[in-house]
Write a protein that binds this ligand. Structure first.
Ligand code: K7E
Ligand code: CUA
Length: 654
């Protein structure tokens, strides 16, 4: 109680005590969140800005959310792999091509691992990459517009999970398959899995100027499950590490049958060697269908191109390119420390963490000290590559992050805690509970040579009693720890959207100054844009009617349209003529079998409407844009299919 009396001296202490007594189960007391300083640490005063951006994957939402740290305030949901009626993404004619795949239009996905582009191993804040896990794809988000700029499908893959991590100069974004499959896909008995199913690891090159992605090569690996990956950095730049499980190659009841081997592997891939091999003509061109979808910021329109082949590389044809590092016990995350010296295997069925040494790995390779091979790929000896073991860290290690001060932070799902330990001595320095059952953790810049080790965000799988109940379905819970001192301090809880698996954080000062405010109207190259209200018109082309419309506070041009008939397909091509920051207009049409649109200043979007009944039907602006927002409306007269009323349009009678 002495401690609490002391806190009463400060106003924050009083407030916290008052707000905490009623609903707290006592866990916070031991974790220090009742300290008056905790409130100060997360408090961002009205009008003030956060210190960091945190981009949280959406998991089964398929999207990405943007938060501020330390406040835990959500700023935006960026639609990526899932249709998003809030803005019309995936519903507008311009963005439908973003959803094209070799399976046709795929409206949703499961996004897991965002990663921010780097230069010399440090975050450069140009782009963010994120994987679609279910229908294998990688997306690139432009961090000036905070919009999805590109999506590339990854063929010969299934469960694109060990993805989308980037190399330290953003040379490649890498994707590995979680589920091995027949390559090429074909109709074979599932029991023939062993030896016949393969796992493709994809190296997708990134254009240094515009960020455009292209599949440079795929590596045809044995039929294991490639779970996670991380790039080497510094001395290990040029290598990429992938965890595997199910090296048993079981195809049923994996919870038992894929846990037979005491050790699975971390695959170490020397991608520079393979790059050299393919540059010199190595690899085989293999027919593969996949979509490459690119959004053009100037035409405000996406195009989709179907690609027909990939370059497939057989790892056994490139000596020195791939090795297996035995790693206990069905490892999930593989994480590389900021110096690039240590490769951490998070064996999820283990109490210990295995740390491999990059230097020892190179020495063992040079000494050709192998312990057999798997499908022609040399296996190194566990003892020869082992740097150390973190003993009794906790139960069920999943992922490890780094603070740039020589410490690592590992999440333990089963024992529900985050454990801080020293890289090099492998001693546990601190442990704090998570509420509850943490998956990934995130330190801004944690996957780079230069982490910003001030905060650790734990992304928890189970929420239970952390917030007011909202029926059976609860948002997942994130927790913020101050890691600037010797001991971690839990300072805040905040709900997240979907299921964040990983997240990527970056100092706000690296992004905020570059954030785009408007799209310039004089740079609008949309073929159906109306650049001046005088250009507004309505044109019939057979059964199609194209409405070229502009919007500005607080009217549409035109706002009265006649001559539309039942059976027509009406395209509203709408251009927002505002050139001020933060003045979007919206558009919705009664009975439209489609989402509405949210159109930003200078932007053009198109929505399709197929009127079914004669009448006079209103449309209106859905975003409260001015004091006369309610007046921002219009009518479309729809006549029977047999009518011969000519197309006409007007604004205020003109
Ligand atoms: Cu561990 Cu998809 Cu990285 Cu979930 S993954 S936690
Ligand atoms: Cu435009 Cu409301």
């Amino acid at each position: 109680m002495k401690n609490y009396k002391f806190q009463l001296l400060s106003l924050f202490g009083v407030l916290l005590l008052l707000s905490s007594c009623g609903n707290n189960n006592g866990q916070n007391k031991s974790s220090g969140a009742l300290n008056s300083s905790a409130a100060e640490k997360v408090y961002v005063a009205p009008g003030e800005h956060d210190e960091f951006y945190a981009f949280m994957s959406g998991g089964y939402s398929g999207n990405l959310t943007v938060y501020g740290l330390p406040s835990g305030r959500m700023f935006k949901e960026i639609p990526v792999f899932s249709q998003f009626p809030t803005t019309g993404y995936g519903y507008s004619e311009e963005t439908k091509p973003m959803f094209n795949t070799s399976f046709g239009f795929v409206p949703a996905d499961d996004s897991h691992h965002p990663d921010i582009s780097q230069t010399n191993g440090e975050l450069d804040g140009r782009w963010l990459f994120i994987n679609g896990n279910n229908t294998p794809r990688i997306a690139r988000i432009d961090l000036q517009t905070f919009e999805t700029a590109e999506i590339i499908e990854v063929p010969n893959s299934a469960g694109n999970h060990s993805s989308s991590f980037i190399t330290e100069n953003t040379e490649y974004v890498v994707a590995g398959t979680r589920f091995s499959v027949p390559i090429p896909q074909r109709d074979i008995p599932i029991k023939d899995y062993k030896g016949n199913f393969k796992g493709a690891l994809s190296f997708i090159s990134i254009d240094p100027e515009d960020g455009n992605m292209e599949i440079k090569f795929q590596l045809m690996m044995p039929g294991f499950n490639y779970d996670l990956s991380h790039p080497g950095r510094g001395k290990s730049h040029g290598w990429f590490f992938f965890t595997t499980y199910n090296t048993e190659e079981a195809n049923s009841l994996l919870e038992v049958n894929a846990s037979q081997n005491d050790k699975d592997f971390i695959a170490a891939v020397n991608w520079k060697k393979i790059e050299e091999y393919v540059t010199n003509g190595g690899g085989t061109k293999m027919p593969s269908n996949y979509a490459h979808n690119v959004y053009d910021e100037h035409t405000h329109t996406a195009t989709s191109t179907m690609k027909k082949e990939v370059l497939m590389v057989d790892p056994t044809k490139v000596p020195g390119a791939v090795y297996f590092l035995p790693t206990p016990k069905s490892p999930h995350g593989v994480d590389v420390d900021p110096t690039g010296s240590f490769i951490i295997g998070n064996g999820k069925l283990s109490a210990d963490l295995t740390v491999h040494s990059f230097d020892k790995m190179i020495a063992a390779i040079e000494a050709k000290k192998f312990d057999g091979e798997a499908y022609g790929i040399p296996i190194l000896k566990f003892e020869d590559v082992l740097a150390g073991t973190l003993k009794s860290g906790g139960l069920g290690p999943l992922h490890t992050e780094f603070d740039g001060k020589g410490n690592a932070y590992t999440t333990f799902f089963i024992s529900s805690e985050v454990v801080k330990w020293k890289v090099g001595t492998w001693e546990v320095l601190d442990r704090k509970p998570t509420f509850y059952s943490v998956g990934h953790g995130m330190i801004p810049g944690g996957n780079s040579r230069k982490p910003f080790g001030k905060y650790f965000v734990s992304m928890n799988k189970i929420t239970k009693d952390r917030y007011l109940p909202t029926g059976p379905e609860l948002e997942h819970s994130a927790q913020l720890y101050d890691i600037s001192g010797d001991k971690m301090e839990l300072i805040y809880d905040f709900p997240t959207h979907g299921e964040p698996h990983y997240a990527a954080g970056i100092p706000a000062e690296l992004l905020a100054p570059k954030s785009k405010k408007i799209y310039r109207l004089d740079d609008n190259k949309h073929p159906d844009a109306v650049l001046s209200p005088d250009g507004a018109k309505v044109v019939r082309k057979g059964n199609e009617v194209h409405v070229y419309m502009s919007m500005i506070r607080s009217h549409f041009t035109p706002d009265n349209i006649e001559g539309i008939k039942v059976g027509d397909k009406v395209y509203f091509h709408i251009t927002n003529h505002e050139q001020d920051f933060d003045v979007p207009h919206g558009f919705m049409m009664i009975g439209q079998n489609n989402s509405g649109l949210l159109i930003m200043p200078g932007q053009t979007k198109t929505s399709v409407w197929e009127p079914k009944q004669p009448g006079v039907w209103p449309f209106y602006c859905t975003d409260f844009c001015s004091a006369l927002h309610q007046e921002m409306q219009g009518y479309v007269r729809v006549s029977p299919a047999s009518s011969n009323i000519e197309i006409s349009w007007s604004l205020d009678g003109d």
